[in-house]
Design a binder for this molecule. Structure first.
Ligand code: ATP
Ligand code: MG
Length: 405
């Protein structure tokens, strides 16, 4: 019989709030595994899953649950007999390692039941002594092993395992409130979203679509990115596709060309503010990083901040492109992000964008537009993509608001 040992680190440190965080994590684990048969229990500062069948499915899902630092699929040894523990370890190791390569090896024992008559180090040594003759090229190395046999001794039984899957760490989704991500098809904003999700935040996303200037392909790409992000928050995410065409047209027609990008950004934020208000979200998130492109200067960033009702968080502000790309590859958004579809900002980008915008000028440019009407019309044509586990549904913004009541 197998048992999954789920370990969490950061939430274990939150003394006063520990129960709340643990409850949230348990809830999220159950939610992400919904539909499967299993039993979840909690003791000794960790979770256990038993009575499950489809190990690969469980492993894939648990790797994407924020709050889990790592987990192992272990075998249960009913009577704590060290010989049986070693025999099981040999069986597991034989499957994964041949005896021809040199490997650094260690047995790592935890006595959860402190009354067990031998010390952890003695148990490790005894088990290792039984294993080693079977693997000629194993060299014991307690400091830097590349193969570790884990042994845990409980009151009535023992667990043995050779794997430790890394989780995404951080805090359980839903423990730090709700926020709205401005999600473009680029590399940065999905990474910004991921970083915030793993701080325990539940996200919605907003994408500004300028059809027919931006293609259906660009929209599908953003839906794909949102779906990847949804996997880190229990396969659940609402993506707002805002009809941004008329706003961009009006800005280009009425306002000074060099101000186009910053004005667009202001409207994006104003619309996100409205949506966030309806959904009771507490902040906006963007993928901006200072100095990355001409428009991402402190002056331009400030000029957008001053008109936002909600705080705008920029988790990548101090990251360079290499760091951001590395995360994008790890979370598997990169391949989608680099698909060649145009973004509205690029298509409408002025030849010489202003880099140090003056807020007074910007405010004045903005007054040329019938702002309230433009925003209202954009929202009327907005669609909401509801991403739920195995299903994606598209509804209108007003249907969505109806559903919130
Ligand atoms: P990204 O890689 O996230 O597209 P970027 O480096 O291309 O970022 P910009 O195009 O200047 O930078 O956009 C800055 C931020 O503004 C993005 O990270 C995103 O949060 C938001 N943004 C830009 N365009 C859109 C859009 N069409 N829909 C939603 N958000 C957008
Ligand atoms: Mg972009």
């Amino acid at each position: 019989m197998k048992k999954i040992i789920i370990r969490y680190s950061e939430i274990a440190l939150k003394k006063g709030n520990r129960k709340r965080f643990e409850n949230k994590l348990a809830e999220n684990i159950k939610w992400t595994l919904k539909g499967e048969d299993f039993k979840l229990t909690r003791t000794w500062g960790r979770f256990f899953i038993t009575n499950f069948e489809n190990e690969d499915f469980f492993t894939e899902r648990l790797k994407k649950v924020p709050g889990i630092s790592n987990f192992s699929v272990a075998h249960i040894i009913e009577d704590r007999d060290l010989n049986k523990i070693a025999t099981k370890a040999i069986e597991l190791l034989s499957k994964d390692y041949d005896s021809t390569t040199k490997d650094f090896f260690k047995v790592d024992t935890k006595r959860i039941d402190k009354r067990y008559p031998k010390k952890s180090s003695e148990i490790s040594k005894e088990v290792a002594d039984i294993i080693l003759p079977n693997f000629e090229n194993f060299i014991v190395n307690l400091r830097k092993p590349n193969i570790t046999v884990g042994v845990e001794l409980y009151e009535n039984d023992a667990l043995v395992f050779i794997n430790r899957h890394r989780g995404v760490d951080g805090l359980p989704v839903g423990s730090s409130g709700k926020m709205t991500l401005l999600l473009s098809g680029g590399i940065d904003s999905p990474v910004a979203g991921y970083k915030i999700i793993t701080r325990g935040v539940k996200l919605n996303a907003v994408y500004y679509h300028s059809t027919p200037y931006t293609s259906e392909g660009a929209k599908l790409k953003v839906i794909e990115l949102a779906t990847i992000l949804s996997k880190f928050q229990n396969n659940y995410l609402d993506l707002f596709i805002v009809h941004f065409t008329e706003i961009q047209r009006a800005v280009r027609k009425e306002c000074r060309a060099s101000y186009g990008t910053v004005l667009d950004r202001r409207y994006m934020v104003k619309i996100a503010d409205v949506i966030a208000e309806k959904t009771l979200h507490q902040a906006l998130i963007t993928g901006e990083s200072i100095g990355q492109v001409a428009s991402q200067t402190i002056e331009n960033i400030t000029s957008v901040d001053v008109i936002s009702r909600l705080p705008i968080l920029r988790p990548l502000i101090g990251n360079n492109k290499l760091e951001i790309t590395a995360i994008a590859q790890k979370i598997e958004t990169y391949e989608t992000s680099i698909k060649p579809f145009d973004d509205c900002c690029v298509l409408f980008a002025p030849k010489a964008p202003v880099t140090k915008v003056k807020i007074e000028y910007l405010d004045k440019e903005g007054t040329r537009l019938n702002e309230d009407k433009l925003i209202e019309d954009a929202l009327l044509k907005t669609k909401v993509i509801k991403i739920r586990r195995n299903q994606i549904d598209e509804i209108t913004y007003s249907e969505y608001l109806e559903g919130l009541r």
